[in-house]
Design a protein around this ligand. Structure first.
Ligand SMILES: Nc1ncnc2c1ncn2[C@@H]1O[C@H](COP(=O)(O)OP(=O)(O)OP(=O)(O)O)[C@@H](O)[C@H]1O
Length: 352
Protein backbone atom coordinates (compact mmCIF):
# COMPACT_ATOMS: atom_id res chain seq x y z
CA UNK A 1 0.00 0.00 0.00
CA UNK A 2 1.33 3.45 -0.93
CA UNK A 3 1.55 6.36 1.47
CA UNK A 4 -1.50 8.37 2.52
CA UNK A 5 -2.49 10.83 -0.28
CA UNK A 6 -1.47 13.80 1.89
CA UNK A 7 1.97 12.28 2.49
CA UNK A 8 2.30 11.46 -1.20
CA UNK A 9 1.41 15.07 -2.05
CA UNK A 10 4.00 16.65 0.26
CA UNK A 11 6.70 14.24 -0.91
CA UNK A 12 5.96 14.93 -4.57
CA UNK A 13 6.17 18.68 -3.97
CA UNK A 14 9.58 18.32 -2.32
CA UNK A 15 10.84 15.84 -4.92
CA UNK A 16 10.08 18.34 -7.67
CA UNK A 17 12.11 21.05 -5.95
CA UNK A 18 15.03 18.68 -5.31
CA UNK A 19 15.02 17.72 -8.99
CA UNK A 20 15.08 21.41 -9.93
CA UNK A 21 18.02 22.00 -7.59
CA UNK A 22 19.97 19.04 -8.94
CA UNK A 23 19.36 20.17 -12.52
CA UNK A 24 20.52 23.68 -11.69
CA UNK A 25 23.62 22.53 -9.78
CA UNK A 26 24.85 19.41 -11.56
CA UNK A 27 28.35 19.74 -10.04
CA UNK A 28 28.22 20.13 -6.23
CA UNK A 29 31.32 21.83 -4.75
CA UNK A 30 34.33 19.51 -4.29
CA UNK A 31 32.30 16.48 -5.30
CA UNK A 32 30.33 16.62 -2.02
CA UNK A 33 26.71 15.65 -1.82
CA UNK A 34 24.67 18.87 -1.86
CA UNK A 35 23.03 19.96 1.39
CA UNK A 36 19.44 21.21 1.47
CA UNK A 37 18.09 22.75 4.67
CA UNK A 38 14.52 23.07 5.85
CA UNK A 39 13.54 26.14 7.87
CA UNK A 40 11.37 24.59 10.54
CA UNK A 41 9.29 26.42 13.13
CA UNK A 42 7.83 23.21 14.51
CA UNK A 43 4.45 24.19 13.02
CA UNK A 44 2.45 21.81 10.84
CA UNK A 45 3.58 23.24 7.50
CA UNK A 46 7.29 23.13 8.14
CA UNK A 47 7.15 19.82 10.06
CA UNK A 48 5.43 18.27 7.05
CA UNK A 49 8.13 19.81 4.87
CA UNK A 50 10.89 18.48 7.13
CA UNK A 51 9.44 14.97 6.99
CA UNK A 52 9.16 15.04 3.20
CA UNK A 53 12.71 16.36 2.82
CA UNK A 54 14.08 13.70 5.16
CA UNK A 55 12.31 11.04 3.10
CA UNK A 56 13.14 12.26 -0.41
CA UNK A 57 16.66 13.70 -0.10
CA UNK A 58 18.61 10.48 0.55
CA UNK A 59 16.97 8.82 -2.48
CA UNK A 60 18.43 11.56 -4.67
CA UNK A 61 21.87 11.65 -3.06
CA UNK A 62 21.13 14.93 -1.27
CA UNK A 63 21.98 15.63 2.39
CA UNK A 64 19.05 17.02 4.38
CA UNK A 65 19.42 19.32 7.38
CA UNK A 66 17.18 21.63 9.38
CA UNK A 67 17.36 24.99 11.12
CA UNK A 68 14.92 26.38 13.63
CA UNK A 69 15.10 30.02 14.63
CA UNK A 70 14.45 30.99 18.24
CA UNK A 71 13.05 34.52 18.10
CA UNK A 72 13.11 34.76 21.91
CA UNK A 73 9.69 36.41 21.88
CA UNK A 74 7.97 34.10 24.35
CA UNK A 75 9.11 32.61 27.65
CA UNK A 76 10.44 29.11 27.07
CA UNK A 77 11.08 29.68 23.36
CA UNK A 78 14.62 28.32 23.77
CA UNK A 79 13.33 25.02 25.18
CA UNK A 80 10.81 24.79 22.36
CA UNK A 81 13.53 25.40 19.79
CA UNK A 82 15.58 22.59 21.34
CA UNK A 83 12.51 20.38 21.11
CA UNK A 84 12.19 21.19 17.39
CA UNK A 85 15.87 20.28 16.96
CA UNK A 86 15.19 16.88 18.57
CA UNK A 87 12.23 16.33 16.26
CA UNK A 88 14.29 17.24 13.20
CA UNK A 89 17.06 14.86 14.34
CA UNK A 90 14.47 12.12 14.90
CA UNK A 91 13.42 12.54 11.27
CA UNK A 92 17.04 11.96 10.25
CA UNK A 93 17.96 15.58 9.45
CA UNK A 94 21.64 16.32 10.03
CA UNK A 95 22.75 18.93 10.82
CA UNK A 96 19.75 19.97 12.92
CA UNK A 97 20.33 23.26 14.70
CA UNK A 98 18.61 26.06 16.51
CA UNK A 99 19.78 29.62 16.00
CA UNK A 100 18.86 32.33 18.49
CA UNK A 101 18.08 35.87 17.31
CA UNK A 102 17.02 38.99 19.13
CA UNK A 103 14.10 40.85 17.67
CA UNK A 104 13.28 44.44 18.35
CA UNK A 105 16.16 46.88 17.98
CA UNK A 106 18.13 47.76 14.89
CA UNK A 107 21.38 47.32 16.80
CA UNK A 108 20.56 43.71 17.64
CA UNK A 109 22.60 40.95 16.18
CA UNK A 110 21.50 37.49 15.28
CA UNK A 111 23.61 34.71 16.73
CA UNK A 112 26.79 33.93 14.80
CA UNK A 113 27.15 37.57 13.85
CA UNK A 114 24.28 37.82 11.37
CA UNK A 115 22.67 41.22 11.58
CA UNK A 116 19.39 42.72 10.59
CA UNK A 117 18.28 46.27 10.25
CA UNK A 118 15.00 45.76 8.48
CA UNK A 119 16.55 46.66 5.14
CA UNK A 120 18.54 49.87 5.34
CA UNK A 121 17.39 50.69 8.84
CA UNK A 122 13.74 51.33 7.88
CA UNK A 123 11.32 51.22 10.78
CA UNK A 124 9.69 47.83 11.08
CA UNK A 125 6.72 46.42 12.99
CA UNK A 126 7.08 43.36 15.22
CA UNK A 127 6.06 40.85 12.54
CA UNK A 128 8.43 42.32 9.98
CA UNK A 129 11.26 42.63 12.51
CA UNK A 130 10.92 38.94 13.41
CA UNK A 131 10.89 38.00 9.74
CA UNK A 132 13.97 40.07 8.93
CA UNK A 133 15.84 38.58 11.88
CA UNK A 134 14.78 35.10 10.81
CA UNK A 135 15.96 35.48 7.21
CA UNK A 136 19.27 36.98 8.35
CA UNK A 137 19.80 33.96 10.60
CA UNK A 138 18.78 31.51 7.86
CA UNK A 139 21.12 33.22 5.39
CA UNK A 140 23.97 33.02 7.85
CA UNK A 141 23.27 29.34 8.60
CA UNK A 142 23.06 28.46 4.90
CA UNK A 143 26.40 30.22 4.22
CA UNK A 144 28.11 28.66 7.21
CA UNK A 145 26.90 25.15 6.36
CA UNK A 146 27.41 25.53 2.60
CA UNK A 147 23.77 24.71 1.84
CA UNK A 148 22.52 24.75 -1.75
CA UNK A 149 19.01 25.79 -0.72
CA UNK A 150 16.69 26.49 2.20
CA UNK A 151 13.12 25.18 1.98
CA UNK A 152 10.26 27.20 3.47
CA UNK A 153 6.84 25.82 4.35
CA UNK A 154 4.60 28.56 2.93
CA UNK A 155 1.40 27.05 1.58
CA UNK A 156 -1.25 28.10 -0.91
CA UNK A 157 -3.24 29.52 2.01
CA UNK A 158 -0.28 31.70 3.05
CA UNK A 159 -0.05 32.82 -0.56
CA UNK A 160 -3.75 33.76 -0.65
CA UNK A 161 -3.29 35.81 2.53
CA UNK A 162 -0.26 37.56 1.07
CA UNK A 163 -2.20 38.49 -2.07
CA UNK A 164 -5.04 39.95 0.00
CA UNK A 165 -2.59 41.95 2.12
CA UNK A 166 -1.05 43.30 -1.10
CA UNK A 167 -4.48 44.13 -2.49
CA UNK A 168 -5.32 46.07 0.66
CA UNK A 169 -2.08 48.07 0.32
CA UNK A 170 -3.23 49.23 -3.11
CA UNK A 171 0.23 49.32 -4.62
CA UNK A 172 -0.03 47.50 -7.92
CA UNK A 173 0.41 44.05 -9.35
CA UNK A 174 3.85 43.47 -7.88
CA UNK A 175 2.31 43.40 -4.43
CA UNK A 176 -0.44 41.07 -5.73
CA UNK A 177 2.16 38.61 -6.91
CA UNK A 178 2.68 37.25 -3.41
CA UNK A 179 5.65 35.07 -2.62
CA UNK A 180 7.88 33.60 -5.29
CA UNK A 181 8.51 29.86 -5.46
CA UNK A 182 12.19 30.77 -5.81
CA UNK A 183 13.72 33.81 -4.10
CA UNK A 184 16.75 35.16 -2.29
CA UNK A 185 20.39 35.37 -3.34
CA UNK A 186 21.06 32.82 -6.13
CA UNK A 187 17.53 31.46 -5.70
CA UNK A 188 18.47 30.10 -2.27
CA UNK A 189 14.94 30.03 -0.84
CA UNK A 190 12.45 27.52 -2.24
CA UNK A 191 8.78 27.14 -1.36
CA UNK A 192 7.72 23.63 -2.38
CA UNK A 193 4.25 23.91 -0.80
CA UNK A 194 3.11 27.08 -2.55
CA UNK A 195 0.47 25.14 -4.51
CA UNK A 196 -0.45 22.85 -1.64
CA UNK A 197 -3.18 23.65 0.86
CA UNK A 198 -2.55 23.96 4.58
CA UNK A 199 -4.97 21.12 5.37
CA UNK A 200 -2.87 18.67 3.35
CA UNK A 201 0.27 19.61 5.29
CA UNK A 202 -1.57 19.26 8.59
CA UNK A 203 -3.08 15.93 7.54
CA UNK A 204 0.36 14.65 6.51
CA UNK A 205 1.65 15.41 10.03
CA UNK A 206 -1.34 13.71 11.59
CA UNK A 207 -1.06 10.47 9.66
CA UNK A 208 2.72 10.35 10.23
CA UNK A 209 2.15 10.95 13.97
CA UNK A 210 4.34 14.05 13.89
CA UNK A 211 3.68 16.33 16.84
CA UNK A 212 3.24 19.95 15.74
CA UNK A 213 3.42 23.21 17.60
CA UNK A 214 0.75 25.83 17.01
CA UNK A 215 2.25 29.31 17.23
CA UNK A 216 -0.06 31.41 19.45
CA UNK A 217 0.73 34.40 17.18
CA UNK A 218 -1.13 32.62 14.38
CA UNK A 219 -4.39 32.93 16.32
CA UNK A 220 -3.71 36.25 18.05
CA UNK A 221 -6.18 38.84 16.68
CA UNK A 222 -3.59 41.55 17.40
CA UNK A 223 -1.81 40.44 14.21
CA UNK A 224 -3.17 41.49 10.82
CA UNK A 225 -2.38 38.18 9.16
CA UNK A 226 -4.09 36.27 11.94
CA UNK A 227 -7.27 38.35 11.56
CA UNK A 228 -7.17 37.77 7.84
CA UNK A 229 -6.69 34.01 8.33
CA UNK A 230 -9.44 33.58 10.89
CA UNK A 231 -11.96 36.25 9.94
CA UNK A 232 -11.22 37.72 6.51
CA UNK A 233 -10.68 34.61 4.40
CA UNK A 234 -13.51 32.58 5.96
CA UNK A 235 -15.87 35.52 5.30
CA UNK A 236 -14.70 35.69 1.70
CA UNK A 237 -15.15 31.95 1.28
CA UNK A 238 -18.64 32.21 2.73
CA UNK A 239 -19.55 34.99 0.31
CA UNK A 240 -17.71 33.80 -2.80
CA UNK A 241 -17.31 30.06 -2.41
CA UNK A 242 -14.55 27.63 -1.50
CA UNK A 243 -12.43 28.27 -4.58
CA UNK A 244 -11.30 31.68 -3.32
CA UNK A 245 -7.97 30.55 -1.90
CA UNK A 246 -7.03 28.75 -5.08
CA UNK A 247 -8.11 31.72 -7.20
CA UNK A 248 -6.05 34.11 -5.10
CA UNK A 249 -2.99 31.87 -5.44
CA UNK A 250 -3.55 31.80 -9.21
CA UNK A 251 -3.84 35.59 -9.17
CA UNK A 252 -0.41 35.66 -7.54
CA UNK A 253 1.17 33.64 -10.34
CA UNK A 254 -0.52 35.62 -13.13
CA UNK A 255 0.36 38.93 -11.48
CA UNK A 256 3.97 37.86 -11.04
CA UNK A 257 4.27 37.05 -14.76
CA UNK A 258 2.67 40.39 -15.69
CA UNK A 259 4.81 42.35 -13.24
CA UNK A 260 7.98 40.66 -14.53
CA UNK A 261 7.03 41.52 -18.14
CA UNK A 262 6.33 45.15 -17.27
CA UNK A 263 9.57 45.43 -15.29
CA UNK A 264 11.48 44.12 -18.31
CA UNK A 265 9.68 46.58 -20.62
CA UNK A 266 10.42 49.46 -18.26
CA UNK A 267 14.10 48.47 -17.97
CA UNK A 268 14.40 48.60 -21.77
CA UNK A 269 12.43 51.82 -22.14
CA UNK A 270 14.41 53.59 -19.38
CA UNK A 271 17.42 54.08 -21.65
CA UNK A 272 15.38 55.51 -24.53
CA UNK A 273 13.76 58.29 -22.46
CA UNK A 274 17.03 59.90 -21.36
CA UNK A 275 18.80 62.71 -23.16
CA UNK A 276 22.54 62.80 -23.90
CA UNK A 277 23.20 64.08 -20.36
CA UNK A 278 21.23 61.18 -18.88
CA UNK A 279 18.25 63.31 -17.80
CA UNK A 280 14.71 62.02 -18.17
CA UNK A 281 12.82 63.71 -21.03
CA UNK A 282 9.24 64.54 -20.04
CA UNK A 283 7.78 64.32 -23.57
CA UNK A 284 9.18 60.84 -24.08
CA UNK A 285 7.97 59.73 -20.67
CA UNK A 286 4.51 61.12 -21.48
CA UNK A 287 4.29 58.90 -24.55
CA UNK A 288 4.78 55.70 -22.54
CA UNK A 289 1.95 53.63 -21.02
CA UNK A 290 1.42 54.69 -17.36
CA UNK A 291 2.45 51.28 -15.99
CA UNK A 292 5.82 51.50 -17.77
CA UNK A 293 6.34 55.20 -17.00
CA UNK A 294 5.66 54.78 -13.27
CA UNK A 295 8.11 51.91 -13.10
CA UNK A 296 10.80 54.10 -14.67
CA UNK A 297 10.02 56.88 -12.19
CA UNK A 298 10.14 54.50 -9.25
CA UNK A 299 13.48 53.05 -10.37
CA UNK A 300 14.90 56.56 -10.88
CA UNK A 301 13.81 57.58 -7.37
CA UNK A 302 15.43 54.47 -5.87
CA UNK A 303 18.62 55.08 -7.85
CA UNK A 304 18.67 58.63 -6.48
CA UNK A 305 18.62 57.23 -2.93
CA UNK A 306 14.95 56.79 -1.95
CA UNK A 307 14.60 53.59 0.15
CA UNK A 308 12.41 51.13 -1.80
CA UNK A 309 10.44 50.09 1.29
CA UNK A 310 9.43 53.68 2.05
CA UNK A 311 8.46 54.62 -1.49
CA UNK A 312 4.71 54.24 -1.92
CA UNK A 313 2.38 54.40 -4.92
CA UNK A 314 1.18 57.88 -3.86
CA UNK A 315 4.76 59.22 -4.05
CA UNK A 316 5.17 57.95 -7.59
CA UNK A 317 1.74 59.28 -8.57
CA UNK A 318 2.80 62.76 -7.46
CA UNK A 319 6.00 62.57 -9.48
CA UNK A 320 3.97 61.25 -12.41
CA UNK A 321 1.79 64.35 -12.28
CA UNK A 322 4.89 66.40 -13.13
CA UNK A 323 4.68 64.59 -16.49
CA UNK A 324 0.97 64.11 -17.08
CA UNK A 325 -0.58 67.02 -15.16
CA UNK A 326 2.04 69.76 -15.50
CA UNK A 327 0.84 73.12 -14.18
CA UNK A 328 4.11 74.50 -12.85
CA UNK A 329 4.23 72.48 -9.60
CA UNK A 330 7.23 72.89 -7.29
CA UNK A 331 9.57 70.21 -6.00
CA UNK A 332 8.16 66.89 -4.85
CA UNK A 333 9.78 65.56 -1.68
CA UNK A 334 10.33 61.81 -1.59
CA UNK A 335 11.62 59.56 1.20
CA UNK A 336 15.40 59.51 1.71
CA UNK A 337 15.68 63.29 1.12
CA UNK A 338 15.15 62.71 -2.58
CA UNK A 339 13.60 65.53 -4.57
CA UNK A 340 11.86 65.34 -7.96
CA UNK A 341 11.55 68.49 -10.04
CA UNK A 342 10.60 69.39 -13.60
CA UNK A 343 13.10 71.73 -15.26
CA UNK A 344 12.75 72.81 -18.88
CA UNK A 345 11.17 69.64 -20.23
CA UNK A 346 13.45 67.42 -18.14
CA UNK A 347 12.65 65.55 -14.95
CA UNK A 348 15.42 65.84 -12.37
CA UNK A 349 15.37 63.37 -9.49
CA UNK A 350 18.21 63.74 -7.01
CA UNK A 351 19.07 63.64 -3.35
CA UNK A 352 18.63 67.10 -1.83
N1 LIG B 1 11.05 30.07 13.92
C1 LIG B 1 11.27 29.60 12.71
N2 LIG B 1 12.38 28.87 12.47
C2 LIG B 1 12.64 28.40 11.22
N3 LIG B 1 11.83 28.60 10.18
C3 LIG B 1 10.71 29.29 10.37
C4 LIG B 1 10.37 29.83 11.63
N4 LIG B 1 9.20 30.49 11.52
C5 LIG B 1 8.82 30.37 10.23
N5 LIG B 1 9.71 29.65 9.53
C6 LIG B 1 9.66 29.28 8.10
O1 LIG B 1 8.84 30.17 7.42
C7 LIG B 1 7.66 29.49 6.95
C8 LIG B 1 6.45 30.40 7.08
O2 LIG B 1 6.26 30.69 8.42
P1 LIG B 1 4.96 31.35 8.94
O3 LIG B 1 5.06 31.43 10.42
O4 LIG B 1 4.74 32.59 8.16
O5 LIG B 1 3.85 30.38 8.44
P2 LIG B 1 3.10 29.13 9.12
O6 LIG B 1 1.99 28.83 8.20
O7 LIG B 1 2.78 29.44 10.54
O8 LIG B 1 4.20 27.95 9.01
P3 LIG B 1 4.46 26.75 10.04
O9 LIG B 1 3.16 25.98 10.18
O10 LIG B 1 5.55 25.93 9.42
O11 LIG B 1 4.91 27.42 11.33
C9 LIG B 1 7.58 28.24 7.79
O12 LIG B 1 6.84 27.21 7.15
C10 LIG B 1 9.03 27.90 7.96
O13 LIG B 1 9.57 27.27 6.81
Amino acid sequence: MGPHPAVAAIRLAVRRVLHDLLNENPEPPAGERPLVLVACSGGADSMALASALAFEAPKLGVRAGGITVDHGLQPGSDARAEDVVLRMSALGLAPAESVAVQVGRASDRAAHGASYTGGGGRRVGPEAAARDARYAALDEAADRLGATAVLLGHTRDDQAETVLLGLARGSGIRSLSGMAAVSGADGRYRRPFLLLDRQTARKACLVQHLPVWDDPHNTDPAFTRSRLRHEGLPALEKALGKGVVEALARTAQLSRDDADALDAWAAQAAASVRDAAGLLECAKLYALPPAVRRRILRRAAIEAGAPAGALFARHIEEVDRLITGWRGQGEINLPGRVVAQRQGGRLVIRQG
